[in-house]
Design a protein around this ligand. Sequence first.
Ligand SMILES: O=P(O)(O)O[C@@H]1C[C@H](O)[C@@H](CO)O1
Length: 308
Amino acid sequence: MPQVCTNNSHKNGAKKTDMNNDESYTYENLSETAEFLLTRVPFKPSIGIICGSGMGCLADALENKKEFPYEIIPHFPVSTVPGHMGKLVFGYLSGIPVVCMQGRFHYYEGYPLWKCAMPVRVMKLIGVSHLIASNAAGGLNDKFKIGDIMLVKDHINMLGFAGNNPLKGPNDERFGPRFPPMNKAYNRELIDQGKKVARELGMGGMVHEGTYTCLGGPNFETVAELRMLKMLGADAVGMSTVHEVITARHCDMTVLAFSLITNICITDYECHDKPNHEEVMDVGKMRQDTLKLFVKKLVEYIAQHNPQ
Ligand SMILES: O=P(O)(O)O[C@@H]1C[C@H](O)[C@@H](CO)O1
């Protein structure tokens, strides 16, 4: 049975922070959050996992779990999206300690990007050096099929084009530099290892490499928007991950991200299908065994080789 933690000082959905949307978390705020967790978990994971929509199964695979509902963690936002459980889960995968976000935060939930990405900084402060971020995404690349996996080799930060960035505002050098590079955001060794693992698991044909783009959501995209994104070089489109990766790279974490292609983007006005969140979650469930195995193998690789 997983151990579910409680926090009496933050009972009954009581307001945990006075911050409004203009005030970012301070280093001290996030250190309090990290301290809260570290004093309740008997191990320090160096690998963090973020579960995409319908992919909470990745956290179910952990052993000796210790679970923290987001409501009880100081300064944490709460998850509002179906398919995102809203729990931080510590445990072991193949005997390796990991921490898993079973539910992430999206811009369309009403949170500013720095708040959506705050758990990444908390992970950093508890000792996480490697982040595996997963997401559900619509496939734009003609070669992709529903249920395929795309290892993210790069992203197009559409929200960033409009000046919206999780690093916007005063920079605290204790997290990272004012102007972080983003040309090597996704670790090449881990992308190659992802492909190797896929081949070993007999799923080589369903794993690709490509560019992810994030829009604000919550609506799915128009045909014209999708045609434009395809022309720009995007292979998959979603509503998350980019703000987490930027925050992770800012504080020098090594990142692997992958998209589960849950639907094929509709770029034809004559097609009358409609994308929907139920389908997105169903594909996550359909692929849960494959995803668990895939992530487990990557965690084993990271623990053995410590790619930088
Ligand atoms: O959290 P992710 O990016 O996996 O969730 C995707 C984007 C939207 O939140 C939702 C749409 O169905 O799934």
